[in-house]
Design a protein around this ligand. Structure first.
Ligand SMILES: [Zn+2]
Length: 80
């Protein structure tokens, strides 16, 4: 749980840089938000952890992707 009381998911993994073949370890948290479902219950969504021009993206998505050549999981296609 983050200091603001929101839910977070901790991601910890290692990737191999495709050029240098160097192993890079990553350990960071992604915020989760919930939206009420029509028939009850809650739907969890990831808040995109990416910063674009030093501004947080904050897109809320159901899935995160590892872009080709990237290292952190981000929201989908457009602007990521
Ligand atoms: Zn994004």
């Amino acid at each position: 749980m983050n200091p603001l009381g929101g839910l977070t998911l901790r991601l910890s993994y290692t990737i191999t840089d495709r050029f240098t073949k160097e192993k890079v370890s990553l350990d960071y948290t992604v915020e989760l938000v919930t939206t009420p479902c029509h028939f009850g219950g809650l739907r969890y969504r990831f808040v995109c952890p990416l910063f674009i021009n030093e501004k947080p993206c904050l897109r809320r998505v159901g899935k995160l992707y590892l872009p080709r050549g990237g290292s952190i999981l981000v929201a989908g296609s457009a602007t990521t």
